[in-house]
Design a protein around this ligand. Structure first.
Ligand code: MN
Length: 373
């Protein structure tokens, strides 16, 4: 009998360029802290081992604090055994990283740097460490012939699964060279994979755990890990998904039709107030709205934005229609009225899409200025 937690792609030290410095620091910190949350999930599920299927570190040369804090967090969870597999970001080509890990690792951390059986006590682990960033061959092949006696066999690998379906019909997950039926071929009770950042089932005993702390707005399942229990050699793996993410990445799509209450739709689409401080929100507004509706929506967006850890709103896909009443609200006569009418005409009949878009935007801005007054 063995119970373990399968996780991957912690990407400790990921820089998250493009975000403001305070947000970047928070994103890095939440990844670092996911080690303690994984430990909690393992204990709660009665697992004695945490298997990390590659890309524990984001870079080949992480900052010394990134490495040390990770090892210290694993050492703090001394009741658990941690297994680190070299992935593509932290392949064995990162020789200095693996030298430091070997020198500094606490006793409860195993480095799966050789394609050779590792005794986990109750099961044998068959790791497929990445020697370089792009190995270009199926590193799990050796598992077929690995000699383990009667033991429960568990595979651990990092990379894309070979997809036999033609390009267009290819399912989610990274395209690669790992045989999707490796678990059957190599008589594995379970094959834990890393590389794909969303949780994904390849077969009954073959899973990508996904990253335990989300790192993008891709529509993945909630970030977490997989709790796996295998009762005996030949027994079916019992697999449970556990959530371990601290921060949410929410892409919020708002597709409006002319005449509808965009503010109500916007407010209803936002996550609960209590979650917003730990949420990165990426609002994408499309469809069509009148000038007044657009201005009201902009005000609602501006009001809600400070609730969030990070917030971005893209209204580039929102077509704006203006009515006579809208122009009247800008001005009924004089230079502003003439400017509004000129912009409205350009927005409708401009020479090209860029000119029409700019005229739309300028008219919307003019309307907002007047409403602010
Ligand atoms: Mn990765």
């Amino acid at each position: 009998m063995i119970r373990f937690l399968h996780a991957s792609d912690l990407h400790l030290g990921k820089p998250f360029g493009g975000f403001p410095e305070d947000v970047r620091a928070r994103l890095r910190q939440s990844r670092q802290e996911v080690i303690a949350r994984l430990a909690g999930a393992a204990r709660e599920g009665g697992a004695a081992h945490v298997l990390l299927a590659g890309d524990t570190f984001d870079q080949e040369t992480p900052a010394p604090t990134t490495i040390r804090h990770a090892l210290n967090a694993m050492q703090a969870a001394s009741d658990l055994t941690w297994v680190l597999l070299p992935g593509n970001h932290d392949s064995l080509a990162a020789s200095e990283l693996w030298r430091v890990l070997a020198a500094d690792r606490p006793g409860n951390v195993i480095l799966a740097t050789d394609a050779a059986p590792v005794d986990l006590g109750g099961a044998v682990l068959l790791p497929a460490p990445c020697p370089v960033r792009h190995p270009g061959r199926d590193l799990t092949e050796w598992m077929d012939d690995a000699e383990t006696g009667e033991a429960i066999r568990i595979g651990l690998a990092h990379g894309g699964v070979h997809d036999f379906r033609p390009g267009e019909d290819a399912g989610p997950g990274p395209a690669g060279v790992i045989a999707p039926d490796r678990a059957e071929r190599a008589n594995l009770a379970y094959l834990g994979l890393g590389d794909w950042h969303g949780r994904l089932r390849i077969g009954p005993a073959t899973w990508y755990s996904g990253t335990p702390e989300a790192d993008s707005f891709k529509p993945h399942a909630p970030a977490g890990a997989l709790l796996v229990g295998i009762a005996a050699p030949g027994a079916r793996a019992e697999i449970a998904e556990v959530e371990t993410g601290a921060l949410r990445w929410a892409r919020i799509g708002l597709d409006l039709v002319a005449g509808e209450d965009g503010v109500a739709r916007h407010d209803a689409a936002l996550p609960p107030l209590a979650e917003r401080a730990t949420t990165l929100a990426d609002l994408v507004v499309t469809g069509r709205a009148g000038l007044a509706a657009r201005a009201a929506l902009m005000a609602a967006i501006r009001a809600a934005a400070p609730d969030f850890l990070w917030h971005r709103a893209d209204l580039g896909g929102l077509a704006v229609s203006q009515e006579l009443a809208d122009l009247d609200q800008i001005a009924t006569s004089g230079a502003l009225r003439r400017a509004a009418e000129t912009l409205a005409q350009e927005a409708a009949e401009g020479a090209d899409a860029a000119a029409r878009h700019a005229a739309h935007a300028a008219l919307a801005r003019l309307f907002e200025y007047r409403m602010e007054e």
